[in-house]
Design a protein around this ligand. Structure first.
Ligand SMILES: NCc1[nH]cc(CCC(=O)O)c1CC(=O)O
Length: 352
């Protein structure tokens, strides 16, 4: 047997292994494996691996999300690893990705969306199916100010309470015999991906509840200077989801909201025509709303436009945000940031 000496050249010609990274929660791992399977199917000769880590949002389970504010709670640690090149691609729920990315990072692909609606999950053993069925005073758990603000309008008799933790933790809190909750509102996509879709008793649609920007869609975040991985990402782009989500994110960016402001949205894309030059023109509808935390004020606007590319989709979202701001959303958002500052200061005072 001959001994082949290992030269530097050999090491360098060793094929690159692309490392996909995400949060360590069960849902994040399932989502990463969805992407891993798609990449392996599209590029059978390439080598992929995964890496999981916890983020500030996972570690800080006690503070209300509303007070933690619009920081990059779920993405920052991952983006550091991406920039240090320990990993090559981040798999996110696009909903959790801030609308402005750090320098050197970009979205490489937005994948086909699950149903973006929010769903009702009722405590095990209780007979209720819909929010309408819940007795007055029932406690509904959600950590989203968007859901609380909109649902207070439609269901003034219900009580809403913060519930934190990953999806399995929240369901355990719901089902606990001595727990306060009668039901939870959760994103349908997360429940379905976790195989918990059978716990859903109802889906909540607009105009009762507008979903979060980009809810239900997965996104891949990459280094701007990594053209090789950008090329791989392109194979996973779902055009319809991409155009819808980019419009939604452009709206939120202009409203200067993070994941924790009461901004809701719905979009739809209808294919109008394939033109002789090969470009597709699609009609993009977007309805957006901003609701005050107590549900007393609600501003809602809608626009529709034919779009041919991501830039035009973003322009539509930005225009909708301007319309919302001009029609009262600006005041609602200012009140919220004043209130958040006040509460954050009170919390700091308490610590002293
Ligand atoms: N903020 C938590 C979060 N981020 C993404 C999802 C669900 C999956 C998705 O929207 O893609 C959830 C859970 C929830 O809101 O119920």
């Amino acid at each position: 047997m001959t001994n082949t000496p290992r030269t530097t050249d050999d090491a360098e010609s060793k094929p690159r292994t692309f490392v996909l990274a995400s949060r360590a929660s069960k849902l994040a791992q399932i989502q990463t494996n969805i992407v891993l399977d798609a990449l392996r199917a599209a590029f059978p000769s390439l080598s992929f691996d995964t890496s999981f880590m916890s983020t500030e949002g996972d570690k800080n389970q006690s503070q209300a999300l509303y007070l933690l504010g619009g920081k990059a709670l779920w993405t920052k640690e991952l983006e550091i690893a991406l920039k240090e090149k320990t990993v090559d691609m981040l798999v996110h729920s696009l909903k959790d990705v801030p609308t402005v990315l750090p320098d050197g990072c970009e979205i490489g692909a937005i994948l086909e969306r699950e149903d973006p609606v929010d769903s009702l999950v009722v405590k095990q053993g209780l007979p209720y199916k819909k929010l309408e069925d819940l007795p007055a005073g029932s406690v509904v758990g959600t950590s989203s100010v968007r859901r609380v603000a909109q649902l207070r309008r439609a269901f003034p008799g219900l009580q809403f309470m913060d519930v934190r933790g990953n999806l399995n933790t929240r369901l355990a809190k719901l089902d606990a015999a001595d727990g306060p909750f009668t039901a939870l509102i959760l994103a349908k996509a997360g429940l379905v991906r976790l195989g918990l879709g059978d716990r859903i008793t109802d889906d909540l649609h607009a105009p009762v509840l507008y979903h979060a920007v980009s809810q239900g869609a997965l996104a891949l975040e990459i280094r701007t200077d990594d053209s090789q991985i950008r090329g791989l990402c392109e194979a996973l782009i779902h055009r319809e989801t991409q155009l819808r989500c980019l419009a939604e994110r452009a709206m939120l960016r202009k409203l200067e909201g993070g994941c924790s402001v009461p901004v809701g949205v719905t979009t739809s894309l209808t294919h109008e025509e394939s033109r002789p030059d090969g470009l597709k023109r699609s009609l993009l509808h977007i309805t957006g709303c901003v609701t005050s935390i107590d549900g007393s004020l609600h501003v809602q606007e809608a626009l529709a436009e034919t779009v041919q590319n991501p830039e035009e989709a973003e322009q539509l979202g930005t225009r909708l945000a301007t319309l919302l701001i001009d029609n009262g959303a600006g005041g609602i958002l200012e009140d919220i940031s004043r209130d958040r500052e006040k509460r954050a200061n009170e919390a700091k005072e308490k610590e002293r």
